[in-house]
Design a protein around this ligand. Structure first.
Ligand code: UDP
Length: 238
């Protein structure tokens, strides 16, 4: 395998499947099966779950809520997703640990970097819940932050139906072209919608490669872990 340790970012949307809201059990089971496929090839896997399938802070803010409270609700949503992913993986016999950036001892371990690394070394899949634990951030930024902290070789950004980074939105613009490889500087200069700017900057400054790929094609998580060219690779940090 090309990579020894990967950080897989699952957006909330990915867990909703065709329902477009909430958690679709069949979809989560299918994702877990694909993650197991990659794990069986010997790669260490950490996962960051999004929460947008349940709640986004900006939605609450638009409704007049105080932004921080709305963001904390979003972070709680990521923990629900984390529990769903954990459950699906355990049903396949995989050892997992859910680590939460907000302490909730009854359902998750507190996030402690060294403990996360130890779990990975022991062959457990680590799931990071509650984002960074701070409002005004996203789970994309969480993925960049945790990838840096655990020394992941790459961030694998699993997308729903989109197979990489395009020059424009391929759903809206027929002339959009896909990049096989692109640098972080170009992503920032062209203002390409890959992740939010904070996350991109964190990846760039810490020289963490990012692979954007379509998770809806069966077997792609294992292929991405093996460094196969299935989507867009973004590199060129620092
Ligand atoms: N969130 C936050 N801080 C973080 C991570 C997430 O406040 O460090 C909140 C934020 O409100 C966000 C929500 O959690 O809208 C869900 O995360 P995100 O939108 O990144 O999920 P995704 O789009 O990946 O499903």
């Amino acid at each position: 395998m090309k990579y020894k340790r990967v950080l897989l970012k699952l957006s909330g949307e990915a867990l909703a499947g065709d329902d477009h809201f909430g958690i679709n059990a069949n979809t989560v089971a299918d994702i877990a099966r694909q993650i197991k496929e990659a794990k069986d090839l010997g790669v260490e896997i950490a996962i960051v779950c999004g929460g947008g399938n349940i709640w986004r802070g900006v939605t609450g803010a638009q409704m007049g809520m105080e932004r921080s409270s709305a963001d904390y609700m979003g972070m709680l949503a990521t923990v629900m997703n984390g529990l769903a992913v954990q459950n699906a993986l355990e049903q396949l016999g995989i050892q997992t640990r859910l680590l939460s950036a907000i302490e909730m001892r009854q359902i998750a371990e507190p996030y402690i970097r060294r403990r996360a690394v130890r779990h990975l070394e022991k062959g457990r899949i680590v799931i990071f819940g509650a984002g960074t634990g701070s409002p005004y951030f996203t789970t994309d930024t969480t993925a960049a932050l945790r990838a840096a902290e655990i020394n992941a070789d790459v961030i694998l950004m699993a997308k729903n139906g989109v197979d990489g980074v395009y020059s424009a939105d391929p759903k809206l613009d027929e002339s959009a072209v896909k990049f096989d490889e692109i640098s972080y500087s170009d992503v920032l200069a062209k203002d390409l919608k890959v992740m939010d700017q904070t996350a991109i900057t964190l990846c760039k400054d810490n020289d963490i490669d990012l692979c954007v790929f379509n998770m809806q094609e069966d077997g792609n998580i294992a292929k991405a872990c093996d460094g196969q060219k299935i989507g867009t690779t973004i590199s060129g940090g620092k």
